[in-house]
Design a binder for this molecule. Sequence first.
Ligand code: FE2
Length: 373
Amino acid sequence: MNRYFNPVQTICGKNALSELPSLLSEIIPPDGRVLLITWNESTAQLETFVQIRDAFHVQCVCFNESNPTVEQLFELYRKTAEFSPEVVVAVGGGSVMDVGKSLCCFYGKSIASADEMRCMISEKSYGGPKAKWIGVPTTSGTGSEVTCWATIWDPTQNVKRSVESRENYAYAAVVDPNLTKSMPLSLAVSSALDAAAHAVEAYWANGSNAVSKALALGAVRTIMTHIDGLLEGDESAYESMAQGSMIAGMAFSNTKTTACHSISYPLTMHFHIPHGTAVSMLLAPVMKINAGKVQDMELLLEALGADSCEMLSVRIKDILKRAGIPCTLSEWNVEEESLPMLAAQGLTPGRADNNPVSITKEKIEEILRSIYR
Ligand SMILES: [Fe+2]
């Protein structure tokens, strides 16, 4: 199906954040209710957010957990349901935006416990959103500001859940590279490689389409051309990463991801390998098994700045090392005996079956062994 849909208006570039008050005025009256979610309290003190607090009725909350769980999402719902915001402004990385957009689906419903919320998520019975949301990323990687799904983890049941609704795309994405400059280098690089993986996987996904492919090539080229600048401390690279990450998000908003993401989730859940790092370690070996099934593979390799999967593998390891990030599973303290379990859990429904070449747990174990040392 060669169909593409994404209704998110995007405001991207230096000082884009200053547009936020006028965006809110388009949606709500002066006394409208805004929930402002930030990673830390100091972000909420930025001038634009002070203006918003002066102009609207605002509840501020901090959410500083990576890989949000059902329990954490419920706790945030419990704190904010009575306020019942008309707009949620989520300012942060993927975790903050994922909880922000998820909350929109739960307001207006009476939910008494985390277990009840867990059931609603697994049965997808939350229905359409009651509030609108605006995504303001402070990392450049997840693309969550332009997708209609959110990842919510459920470690008690060893699963990754998804809150998703086609009606829950953001009203707008405000992508201001100034907000991303305080990221530590390892996070900036890991996030950029996550975005590159989103684009690569959008390109070869079974569910791909002409628009996603074009966006994917543009995003990959932008990220991989400027990632050396990021490693060398070039300030302008942050703008390129912000733009590349958002465009990668638009590419995979319609295709979802494939084997790299599928295999990465248990690595993050059990061994806390940061998401972008885990995904990037899998990019070259998955590309190797997919190679024969990807149309116009040479265009993708050219955008990646590599002439083969082997060269891509060397390039990614070099990037990770220069950022001070371990680049093998053994360096991440993954026990070799865990590989069969990780392989068995790497077949994530909706991701593994979206890969152009079908993967089995035996194939995944082989891939994991190839990045072990
Ligand atoms: Fe990702």
